[in-house]
Design a protein. Structure first.
Length: 475
């Protein structure tokens, strides 16, 4: 769960009113110091350098520095805004033997603690802090960021100028969306949440972002009950592939077989190839002849000819959930009548665009991927899954927004998206609520990619090979 800066501030206000002055900061600083010692692996003889900004983020750094001093670490502080420093924290730091140095005098560090700006940040990192961030990047030491890597927008993850690249981000109170999405996810490194007692104050807030865990999936993944037959488990229909791209059909059908349904129906031109690759799949060449399904996946490798258009019209006309990917999305972008059909559907729809497909349909994404996905979802009344290093899934009408936490850059490979769309279609047919089906599918897909990457470069068929193991492990 991640909470907006506004929500965190509100929670802090209500807790601050009930605890002694400085108690929250002391907890945050202690956690930072402990984590810094873990990174150092030793205390005596090690050197930590603090980058100290003008606000409480800098205060956290100075108190953490004082803590580290007490544990034998030599600590130097660079005051980035010398005339504005948390006074009590600076006094505590100095009292423990901490030294204030000029940026130019920093020559060695075993760990760098970034306390330049936290949730008080607004806009791109200001010019006065840029040299400090650049110098830190030149030093070979790992950076521990407090709350957010300075330069990353805490709410959106956008980086508009210079920003810290952290190995670890220690986040007191609650995760901020900017650590989980966009460039912020890359800059934050490993994110560690520290409990400073805000939990009860956040309990009633609707999280700005949700991220599923392996544990969540254990209870969500469909599994057959003793009384089930292949139809009661759900049947998914897949419309994918073409004479040019039969492989996309094989991949989407391949993953659709693994998402918890009892049967897969295929409708399209690649039925010979699909039947040969997956003998259990019921094949036909048109949607009309396919038979009853509980959800459709349409689009991968489909092409944009009249047959593709007619297929999309037919599934949009159905009263079951529909997942639309790839050429299905391109058809929506170029054919206003199909787009109109999508908006008028009463059954749920899920769109799974990558950036270019998204922009063709909805215009520029901008720097706030969550807001972009949310706007798009509202516009078409569908769940929108925006692919990326951290895939975002937004439900329409102020429903939940998920961000995916699994995966590897190796997943940027041909056919990877076909596997994802078949899988989510299958989860929809098995009865998962649409946004959840998309989030669960993305999570599984990412885990399959991680496993495949352990043994070398990843191809889409590898993902099909890994999915059963991933699902077995999570169930
Ligand atoms: N409020 C609380 O209860 C707690 C706050 N804590 C810490 O306090 C931080 C928030 O402290 P503050 O509200 O003082 O804010 P920050 O310390 O995050 O930043 C405020 C300062 O940064 C400057 N600033 C803003 N945007 C900037 C930009 N783009 N470039 C350069 N400088 C910029 C502001 O002028 C101001 O001087 C949290 O991130 C966390 O680290 C923790 O100690 C836990 C408890
Ligand atoms: K910071």
């Amino acid at each position: 769960m991640a909470y907006s800066v506004e929500q965190i501030r509100a929670a802090e206000r209500s807790v601050l009113a009930q605890v002694p002055d400085g108690a929250l900061m002391a907890k945050a600083a202690r956690a930072v110091a402990t984590r810094a010692l873990d990174l150092l692996g030793f205390g005596y003889g090690a050197r930590a350098v603090l980058l100290v900004g003008a606000g409480d983020n800098g205060g956290d750094a100075l108190y953490a520095g004082a803590d580290l001093r007490r544990r034998g670490v030599s600590v130097e502080a660079v005051l980035a805004v010398p005339d504005r420093v948390h006074p009590a924290a600076l006094a505590a730091f100095r009292a423990c033997g901490g030294r204030v140095v000029e940026l130019a005098d920093v020559s060695r560090a075993d760990v760098i603690i970034d306390g330049l700006v936290g949730i008080g940040a607004s806009g791109p990192l200001r010019d006065n802090l840029v040299p400090v961030v650049r110098r830190a990047a030149e030093l070979p030491a790992p950076v521990l960021a407090i709350d957010v890597p300075s330069g990353v927008d805490p709410d959106t993850g956008a980086v508009a100028g210079e920003a810290v690249h952290a190995a670890v981000t220690v986040c007191p109170g609650g995760l901020k969306p900017g650590l989980l999405v966009g460039e912020g996810r890359v800059r934050a490194g490993r994110v560690e949440l520290v409990d400073i007692g805000l939990g009860p104050a956040l309990a009633d807030a609707q999280p700005a972002l949700r991220r599923l865990t392996d544990r969540d999936l254990a209870t969500m993944l469909p599994r057959p009950e003793p009384g089930d037959d292949k139809y009661t488990r759900g049947v998914v229909g897949v419309v994918a592939g073409s004479a040019e791209y039969p492989g996309a059909a094989q991949l989407a059908v391949g993953s659709a077989r693994l998402g918890g349904v009892g049967a897969v129906r295929y409708a399209g031109y690649a039925y010979v190839e699909v039947s040969r690759a997956h003998p259990d799949v019921l094949v036909s060449d048109t949607v009309a002849l396919a038979g009853r399904v509980q959800a459709w996946t349409i689009g991968p490798g489909l092409g944009r000819d009249d047959h593709a258009r007619a297929s999309l019209r037919a599934v949009l006309d159905s009263d079951v959930p529909v997942l639309i990917d790839a050429d299905g999305l391109n058809l929506l972008a170029e054919d206003g009548a199909l787009a109109q059909l999508l908006r008028e559907r009463s059954a749920p729809s899920v769109l799974t665009p990558h950036d270019r497909e998204f922009e063709r349909l909805f215009g520029p994404i901008g720097t706030d991927r969550v807001a972009a996905a949310r706007r798009a979802a509202d516009r078409v009344g569908a769940v929108v899954l925006l692919k990326g290093f951290a895939t975002v899934i937004a439900a329409p009408s102020s429903g939940p927004v998920f961000v995916n936490g699994t995966g590897t850059p190796e997943l940027a490979t041909a056919g990877s998206g076909d596997v994802l769309s078949g899988l989510i279609g299958s989860l929809l047919a098995a009865g998962l609520e649409p946004a959840l089906a998309a989030a669960v599918g993305a999570h599984l897909h990412g885990r399959a990619g991680e496993r495949a990457a352990q043994t070398g470069p990843v191809t889409a068929p590898d993902l099909l090979g890994e999915l059963p193991g991933v699902i077995a492990e999570l169930r």
